[in-house]
Write a protein that binds this ligand. Structure first.
Ligand code: G4P
Length: 534
């Protein structure tokens, strides 16, 4: 374990023990199973399977999750806190489906590290690759878990090579698998010279560890058949010669990832991975903000909203803003300044997400994630402080890749529809544009599935059947420039202009040609594909 904390020796112990991270994976690689096992080891649940069971219960309470259930995908992100040894883990769940990449991106702004799960038979899949790229943009440290080793999987060197080549990151084995598929016995722990054997009889049991004195220890012969032991010795020797040794600093900088092999469903390799998170994932990191960076050890509390989830309970129409604390020690009942509006709010009933339940948060520290119920004041990107006018930066909103117009089936309900759309825009579930010409709204998303989710949610939460229809537009850019130039631009492009829910000018495009034309003909106007949430 690292006994010094780089550059910040004064970090309070409560902050230093926190590890806030996300699990990223391609659907089906085993993220849900691994999450369950984390909670099981963290003592947050008694039996694996409860996350799913509780998830179901929550979904019935909040019917919009019906889609999630039907399609077997995770649409919304949530956060879970639990202790592991002396550490406090905050695990932020990310939606795995490609259509929700924007939500995932924002979620990743709230963590200090990521665990990447890959399927041992499939290797690096498309969504893993995309999510990895997002982590790389932020230089997030990444720990890798190669799952499903109890099934036929690829050769270990091949898996490591594929990660190194596709993701351009150094890979160092923290453990080495012994056998595979039916013959999978467990792993040789390369960091602790330990033999970890898998118990196939009890899926919820922690693996048996046998301490050995290196690979020549005769103890190994008693547990591993000769042909597998010979292969293990050869492979580990080769790996030690060919692959880089674990360098904690390179892991922290995002240049190297340690890989553990295991089987989440059999609880195998999970404890070692969690020890890895404690040791190699960093404590809460400084947060970029304007006009100055925020350090976690600052005594005053600050935090930012990275996700808003509305209508978790349709009876109350409440919204929960997920806030990552960037600094200080928060206590329930604190008065915080909502920097965007300048107003003070008393945070009377914050929630901490302990496993799948919500509990009142009496206190929380930098690195923690708390939920603040509110009636719409809190938006993604908002900063909360004890008075200082700080604005957390780096939480983007992306230009949509698909645009459709939306209409209520009952034309008399258009006001209702407007309200629903504004709510989803604030929640970050979609972009909503009001075109200058014509009535109605255009909704922009990054993936087709989001239209279905929206239609289903508007129907369930607002009792409003709606239709999405194609438009001539395919993308949108935020337009900015000096006031008069912008007014002129708006006037001469009226059929392309809309306003987003913040009132900012948006240029709707049909083809790349439209964008090229503006760049060529209107040098005083800047078009942007992302906008900072504010
Ligand atoms: P996801 O959240 O990444 O989408 O994956 P999830 O955990 O739901 O796992 C996907 C499937 O892979 C599940 O099977 C799960 O049981 C299985 N799985 C997870 N870890 C392992 C493992 O270590 N070994 C093996 N052999 N299978 C594993 P399913 O049939 O889709 O669902 P279920 O009926 O088992 O719940």
């Amino acid at each position: 374990m690292r006994d010094t904390i780089p550059n910040r020796p004064d970090l309070p112990a409560e902050i230093a023990r926190r590890r806030t991270f996300a699990i990223i994976s391609h659907p089906d690689a085993g993220k849900t199973t691994l999450t369950e096992k984390f909670l099981l080891y963290g003592g947050a649940i008694q039996m694996a399977g409860q996350v799913r069971a509780k998830g179901e219960a929550r979904r019935t309470r909040s019917d919009f999750m019906q889609m999630e259930k039907d399609r077997g995908i995770s649409v919304s992100a949530s956060a879970m806190s639990f202790d592991f040894g002396e550490f406090r883990f905050n695990l932020v769940d990310t939606p795995g489906h490609a259509d929700f990449s924007e939500d995932t991106y924002r979620t990743l702004t709230a963590v200090d590290a990521a665990v990447m799960v890959i399927d041992g038979a499939k290797g690096v899949e498309s969504q893993t690759q995309k999510l990895f790229e997002v982590c790389r943009l932020r230089d997030l440290p990444i720990l890798t878990f190669c799952n499903k080793m109890d099934r036929e999987s690829r050769d270990t060197f091949e898996i490591i090579d594929e990660i190194q080549e596709n993701l351009a990151i150094d890979v160092t084995p923290a453990s080495w698998p012994i056998g595979m598929g039916r013959d999978f016995l467990g792993c040789y722990d390369m960091l602790h010279d330990r033999l970890d054997l898998m118990d196939r009889a009890d899926r919820n049991r922690v693996a048996t560890s046998i301490r050995v004195e290196g690979l020549d220890d005769p103890e190994l012969d008693r547990h591993i058949p000769a042909h597998l032991l010979e292969k293990l010795r050869e492979e580990v020797e080769l790996a030690r010669g060919l692959l880089p040794v674990l360098d904690p600093q390179a892991v922290l900088e995002g240049h190297m990832t340690p890989i553990w092999f295991g089987s989440a469903i059999n609880s195998f390799g999970v404890r070692e991975l969690m020890e890895g998170v404690s040791t190699y994932a960093p404590e809460p990191q400084p947060q970029s903000a304007e006009p100055r960076q925020i350090s976690p050890e600052e005594p005053k509390v600050s935090g930012f909203v990275f996700k808003v989830q509305a209508n978790m309970d349709p009876r109350h129409r409440d919204r929960v803003a997920f806030v990552r604390l960037a600094s200080g020690h928060f206590a329930r009942g604190m008065k915080l300044t909502h920097v965007r509006s300048g107003k003070t709010m008393t945070v009377a009933s914050p929630v901490l997400f302990l496993a799948a339940d919500r509990e009142l948060a009496e206190e929380a520290w930098a690195g923690d994630i708390i939920g603040i119920p509110n009636h719409g004041q809190l938006r993604i990107g908002d900063t909360l402080t004890e008075g200082e006018a700080l604005r957390v930066t780096g939480i983007p909103s992306f230009a949509p890749e698909l645009l459709q117009s939306v209409r209520a089936n009952d034309p008399l309900k258009s006001k209702h529809l407007e309200k629903a759309l504004m709510q989803f825009a604030e929640e970050g579930a979609a972009k909503v544009f009001k075109p200058l010409i014509g009535s109605g709204y255009i909704v922009g998303v990054v993936g087709q599935l989001q239209f279905e989710v929206l239609a289903s949610r508007i129907g369930l939460e607002y009792g409003l059947p709606v239709r999405f229809e194609p438009t001539q537009f395919t993308s949108a850019r935020w337009a900015s420039g000096e006031r008069r130039a912008l007014d002129r631009f708006v006037e001469s492009n009226r059929q392309h202009i809309a306003h987003d829910h913040d009132g900012d000018v948006v240029y709707l495009t049909r083809l790349q040609w439209d964008i090229d034309r503006v760049v060529r003909d209107c040098p005083e106007i800047a078009l942007a594909a992302t906008k900072e949430m504010q």
